[in-house]
Design a protein around this ligand. Structure first.
Ligand code: FES
Ligand code: FES
Length: 163
């Protein structure tokens, strides 16, 4: 069965017709060509597919697209929409060497954003807790924790209103 849905992704509204079984991850990557959102395990274990829906972190591989009717979604492409300047989280990840293969990075950065929105000066323990659902097979996590801590220091008050 197919359903008509309307969802907003990174500020743009899309009217789509989707099969009931398709996931948000599939629709983002295949229909909207927003391939920054990755598909890793497909079972809710790795966090590579993390997006933010109405202000909450969500595994897009476990979320049906039909549930997204009327929702506001942020993907990694929306962190720095203009493409001209990077978000402080992206800058910090690069500068701290927190990216190796990069497969986990979109999900990590969105989990970081969700943390820093409410807690701009998190402890390392709080950062590790916030990214506990995001697996990284490359970095050993220390540089990611450093990057998120640095991003918190860089995010000025007006940055809290940024995506
Ligand atoms: S791909 Fe969704 S949690 Fe791994
Ligand atoms: S940088 Fe490769 S999985 Fe994290």
């Amino acid at each position: 069965m197919r359903h008509d849905i309307s969802l907003t992704v990174n500020g743009d509204t899309y009217n789509l017709t989707v099969e009931a079984w398709r996931t948000l991850n599939e629709v983002l990557r295949e229909d909207l060509n927003l391939t920054g959102t990755k598909l890793g395990c497909g079972s809710g274990d790795c966090g590579a597919c993390t997006v933010i829906v109405d202000g909450k972190s969500v595994s897009s591989c476990l979320t049906l697209a039909v549930e997204m009717d009327g929702r506001q979604i942020l993907t990694v492409e929306g962190l720095a929409p203009s493409g001209e300047t990077m978000h402080p989280i992206q800058e910090a990840f690069i500068e701290k060497g927190a990216i190796q293969c990069g497969f986990c990075t979109p999900g990590m950065e969105l989990s970081a954003l969700n943390l820093l929105k409410t807690n701009p000066r998190p402890s390392d323990t709080q950062i590790r807790s916030a990214i506990s659902g995001n697996l990284c097979r490359c970095t050993g996590y220390n540089k990611i924790v450093d990057a998120i801590s640095e991003a918190g220091r860089r995010m000025k008050p007006q940055s809290k209103t940024r995506r």
